[in-house]
Design a protein around this ligand. Structure first.
Ligand code: HEC
Length: 191
């Protein structure tokens, strides 16, 4: 695999990314896989913290406020997936070349279906091989990308309940701990 120098994406400001960036400071090079794994560690942690400590706690345990798809109108909390997408959209606006999204083979929102061959293969792989990630390279337009796919797992009862009961969900038998979809990270490769 090619070795690539990445500029440090300090916008993420988190420990694993900083650790990954140290290679550049010392003149070393950072493997795209290490970069992708570090970025994913930050995203996954934020997503789990939001789901457990904000949504699950305030909605299901303390009954203070609900999470709703129509969170603005309902004066409610955004759903975990909406929170994730708002972050991804903000990163896309920064035009740093790096992008990410939350997809599934069984999406509530049809826009979250896999669109490229690699996305489809990766989502199937992480669903069938629990605990493993999927890595590959793909060319989209004139750019070659290192693309990584990570499982998105039902970490709280709220994940399963909401998807199984949602009118637009094509799948109604998700169980706690099961893979429900995946996070796709795309890093442009130079040269
Ligand atoms: C209260 C309802 C609710 C909860 C709780 C919830 N989701 Fe979702 N989820 C949705 C909705 C609605 C969407 C579609 C959002 C969009 O993109 O418009 C979605 C999107 C997703 C997607 C992208 C594919 C798709 O279905 O569109 C994945 C993967 C996903 N959720 C997994 C999870 C996991 C894992 C959890 C728990 C950590 C979780 N969800 C919690 C309702 C929920």
């Amino acid at each position: 695999m090619k070795r690539i120098i990445f500029r440090c994406l300090l916008v993420f400001g988190a420990a694993p990314v900083l650790a990954a960036c140290q290679g550049e400071k010392s003149g070393g090079r950072i493997e795209p896989k290490l970069m992708a794994d570090a970025l994913h560690a930050v995203m996954e942690s934020d997503r789990i913290v939001y789901t457990k400590q904000v949504v699950n706690r305030l909605q299901n345990e303390e009954g203070v406020i609900k999470a709703s798809e129509h969170w603005k109108d309902d004066k409610a909390l955004p759903l975990p997936a909406q929170m994730f997408r708002m972050g991804a959209e903000m990163v896309a606006e920064k035009k740093v070349g790096f992008s990410y999204s939350l997809l599934s083979m069984w999406p509530v929102n049809k826009q979250n279906k896999p669109k490229t061959e690699l996305e489809r293969t990766g989502l199937e792989f992480v669903a069938d091989n629990k605990g493993q990630n999927y890595y590959g390279e793909e060319s989209l337009g004139d750019t070659k990308y290192f693309t990584a796919v990570y499982a998105d797992t039902a970490v709280a009862p709220a994940c399963v309940k909401c998807h199984n009961e949602h009118k637009d969900s094509p799948r109604k038998d998700f169980k706690l701990g099961e893979v429900m979809g995946g996070v796709v990270l795309r890093i442009p490769m130079s040269g």
